[in-house]
Every structure is written in C-alpha cells, then in structure tokens.
Design a binder for this molecule. Structure first.
Ligand SMILES: NC(=O)c1ccc[n+]([C@@H]2O[C@H](COP(=O)([O-])OP(=O)(O)OC[C@H]3O[C@@H](n4cnc5c(N)ncnc54)[C@H](O)[C@@H]3O)[C@@H](O)[C@H]2O)c1
Length: 352
C-alpha cells in the first residue's frame, strides 16, 4: 500500500518552489509539514502562492519540530553537507536535493557515504529525463530501431556545474544506466571558476562505457550552438547506433533517422523547457514516493548515478590537468579540489 510521506523543505528559491509544487501535486503521497529559508520574504512568497504551511526560521528547528520522513533541500551548491548531516541526525528516510551534487569530489563522496551509510534513499534533481522529447528519445533507443548504440554525444552551451552535470547524467541514462570506465578530457577558460557553480568555461571529454559504447561530451562556451540565442537550454543529446541516430534537445526538438523510418529523417517539436518545467516535478516526486515505498523501484535520479556523474566530471578535469587517461572508479581522490588547481594552473581567458 502507498505510504504518506511527511516532507520538510529548506531553501525556497525557484527550485525550492518547484519541489514544493511537485510534492503538493501528489497529495496522496506527500504532506508538506514545514518550510524554511534564511530569507523571510521567500517563505512569505511560498505561503502567498501555495497557502498556509508551517514555516520555520532554520532547517534544524524545522526538523526538530516536524520529524519528517523526507528532507528536501534546494540550496546553493556549497550548502549540502551540513544539511545532509541534519538529515542523518533526524533519521529521515528520504532526501531530495538539487544538482550539482557538490563543489568537489571529496564533498560528493562524503555526502554519498553519509546518506548511503544511513540507508537514506536520495534523489538528485537531474529531471530533464522527464521532458517529453527525452522520453521520445528513450523510446526510440529502447525499441531497438537504432540497432546497437555505439556513440552518444552530449552537448550544452552552459557550463558544467550548471547544465553539464545534467547532460553527463543523461548520457549514462540513455545508454541504459551504464558506468564509465575510461575518461579523457580537455578544459579551458577561468571565467566561471569563481562562480557559485564553479567550472571551467569549457570542458570536452571522451568516455568509454562498460558496454563499449563511447560518449563525446562538451559543456560550455565552445560547445555547438544548436539553439542560437539560448544559453542554459542550448543543449542536445544524440544517440548513434548501428541502424541510425536520434536526438532530443532541451528546447523541445526531437528527431530520428533509422532503418524503421526508411532512412528518412523524422522530426517533432514539443514545447521547450520554459513551458514544460512546471510539469516535470509531479511525476518526479511520484517516482520518489514509489522508491520510498519499495526499494526495488529505484528512482532514475538516484544518488549513486549522480555521484558517478560527478566522478566523471572530476575525471575529465584530472585528465586535462595531467594529460593522461583516467580510469574509473578513481582509486584515490585528488589531493585538493580540482577547481582550486584549475584556478592556479589554467591560463586566463576572456570571461564568458
Ligand atoms: N534541476 C534543475 O533543473 C535546476 C534548475 C535551476 C537550478 N538548479 C539548482 O538548484 C539549486 C538552487 O537553485 P535556486 O535557483 O533555487 O537557487 P537560489 O539561490 O535562488 O535559492 C536558494 C535558496 O536557499 C536558501 N538557503 C540557503 N541556505 C539555506 C539554509 N541553510 N536553510 C534554508 N534555506 C537556505 C537561500 O536563502 C535561497 O532562498 C542550485 O544548486 C541550482 O544549481 C537546478
């Protein structure tokens, strides 16, 4: 039988509001028992939009008072570990958090070990898999119409910590939740290293997956311009197989040419991210409730996959900094956050 999950949410920026909406849209699975933000106006805005919900000055007070099943935090990338510790302290069963997982691999590993060690089912919001055009892409891949996948191209014009982490995850997902075993990378540009979402301005990578499929990944200023004039939604995932290819982009585009289309290119256009995003959080949250009910129904945005994506990003950085191929899983963590090392070692370029 489906269980009701009591949820407390910290951080009510645009993403906290999206998660709040997603929980409220599943009233038979989630009850929102508390909200908090460091900024009072954010709490007031949430109550004005969604109605009266108990509000708290800080996350600890909220967890003490509400003892929720699920702790959701939608805070900036540097505010994760302290809240994960609270999740463990207050014995929640589920955590919902935002991407990027962390700002360094060592922090990502601490986060994973802490939450996994406590048996907490954790989702990291890499939710573009729920876009209609991404579902279409998944259907054509799973139908076998492309034959055997041999190459996946994942590309976004926005920088890695903002959108690149999404597309690393989508490349693994569309390949059937595979693992990367061998990674090479190139990085350049220091303009975004001091951003709250720190990354080089451009990352180019090549990974080999455990089934032999290859991934060509690009994120940042020199990536292809598939949707001119757009930054964060200028992204595309393309799958090449033995019988054809198919792609989907964040702005609603989808296309395929394969043996079943008779060698003809078939295309469609759904509404883009700006129109579709409010619809994604409802099925995303419903799938989280299913996973909380039944541990075999693992959520497509689970922590293990997000951690592996973060590991791949770090491997691309390491490969670029040391001019070598990096094998995964990484035997040892880099001695210092690679963002620090890139600040020191990369030549300065004009800011993005
Ligand atoms: N999955 C997606 O599609 C997507 C899209 C945009 C942003 N994001 C990610 O979501 C995260 C949040 O993005 P945003 O745009 O909502 O950010 P934001 O900075 O607008 O909002 C974050 C909120 O968290 C609050 N906060 C910080 N520390 C807190 C604490 N300890 N307790 C309670 N509240 C706290 C801040 O006051 C702020 O209101 C980022 O990591 C971002 O990368 C994800």
């Amino acid at each position: 039988m489906a269980m009701m999950n009591r949820v407390a949410i910290a951080g009510l920026g645009p993403r906290g509001m999206a998660h709040l909406r997603g929980f409220l849209e599943n009233p038979e699975r989630f009850e929102v028992v508390g909200i908090s933000d460091l900024v009072n106006e954010k709490v007031a805005a949430a109550i004005a939009e969604f109605g009266e919900i108990p509000a708290f000055a800080d996350a600890r007070t909220m967890l003490e008072a509400t003892r929720p099943d699920v702790f959701c935090f939608c805070t900036p990338p540097s505010v994760r570990l302290s809240l994960a510790r609270l999740a463990v302290e207050f014995g929640v069963r589920g955590v919902a958090m935002e991407k990027p997982l962390a700002v360094s691999l060592s922090e990502a590993r601490q986060l994973r070990d802490l939450l996994d060690g406590a048996g907490i089912r954790t989702v990291v919001c890499l939710q573009h898999k729920y876009l209609k055009q991404m579902r279409r892409l998944q259907m054509v891949v799973e139908s076998g119409a492309l034959g055997e996948l041999n190459t996946i191209e994942a590309s976004c014009r926005s920088w890695l910590s903002v959108v690149g982490v999404h597309y690393i995850d989508y490349a693994l997902w569309i390949a059937g939740n595979r693992r990367a075993t061998r990674v090479c990378g190139h990085v350049h540009g220091t303009g975004k290293l001091d951003n709250p979402h720190p990354s080089p301005d451009y990352v180019l990578g090549h990974w080999t997956l455990d089934n032999g499929c290859r991934v060509c990944f690009q994120s940042g200023i020199d990536a292809p311009d598939y949707v001119p004039g757009k930054l964060h939604t200028n992204s595309r995932l393309t799958c090449h197989g033995t019988h054809g290819y198919a792609w989907a982009d964040t702005e609603g585009g989808w296309g395929t040419l394969n043996r079943e289309t008779g060698g003809v290119l078939v295309e469609s256009r759904d509404p883009g991210w700006p129109e579709q995003w409010p619809e994604l959080q409802k099925p995303y949250s419903a799938d989280f409730a299913d996973w909380l009910d039944d541990k075999s129904r693992v959520h497509p945005c689970n922590l293990a996959q997000a951690y592996h994506g973060f590991e791949i990003a770090t491997a691309m950085y390491l490969s670029a900094l040391e001019n070598r191929v990096v094998d995964l899983p990484l035997a040892e963590l880099p001695e210092e956050p690679l963002v620090e090392r890139m600040r020191r070692e990369l030549p300065e370029e004009p800011k993005q």
